[in-house]
Ligand binder design. Structure first.
Ligand code: IMP
Length: 182
């Protein structure tokens, strides 16, 4: 629990050790797949910051790191599928191999938009690497080339993921349990 007034608690779902091993394995695969290719990691703010910081140190290749921040249009907190770019890339990805680094794929609407959007900028390729995948909630199919863990339809926090901007600093991925459920 974080904060004395929390109405929820956290339960570890994936430990920091399990994450460490998986991230190292993903980094090794990416290293093999992108030999001699100009690679740009595009991490999605803010959730993917912790993941990309660890992942990039397991990729033994020259690479560029860039960030995008996105938000859904509309009053709903759930994805509407229409995405607004809050922060765009600093550099062009034309001719480069783009690897989108995301924390979690839920409905798939955000990544579906971003995948198409980045493809239109003339990169050599676009692939997706996500730490977490919630397949039960998918509304649109997105190609997940690199994936850490499939998880059930729980709301999770930690290792970069937040609930109302809290819990990003937890080292494990945790289920958020509301006190009424607990
Ligand atoms: P999608 O467009 O529904 O796939 O939305 C993905 C985005 O929703 C992620 O990048 C997260 O910011 C957020 N999200 C989805 N599920 C969770 C969760 O369990 N915990 C925290 N954020 C989540």
């Amino acid at each position: 629990m974080q904060g004395e007034e929390s109405r929820e608690r956290t339960e570890v779902l994936i430990t920091a050790d399990q994450i460490r091993a998986k991230v190292a394995q993903l980094g090794r695969r990416i290293t093999l797949d992108y030999q001699h290719r100009p690679l740009t990691l595009v991490a999605i703010l803010k959730g993917a910051t912790v993941f990309v910081a660890d992942l990039m140190r397991h990729i033994d290749l020259p690479l560029e790191l860039d960030f995008m921040a996105l938000s859904s249009y509309g009053p709903s907190t759930r994805s509407s599928g229409i995405v607004r770019i809050i922060k765009d890339l600093d550099r062009s990805v034309e001719g480069r191999h783009v690897l989108i680094v995301e924390d979690i794929v839920d409905t798939g609407l955000t990544l579906n938009y971003l995948f198409g959007h980045l493809k239109a900028r003339g990169p050599a390729s676009v692939r997706i690497c996500t730490l977490l995948d919630k397949p039960q909630r998918r509304q649109v199919a997105v190609p997940l080339h690199y994936k850490g863990f499939e998880i059930p339809d729980d709301f999770v926090v930690g290792y970069g993921l937040d609930y109302d901007e809290r819990y990003r600093n937890l080292p494990d991925v945790c289920r958020l349990v509301r006190m009424a459920e607990a």
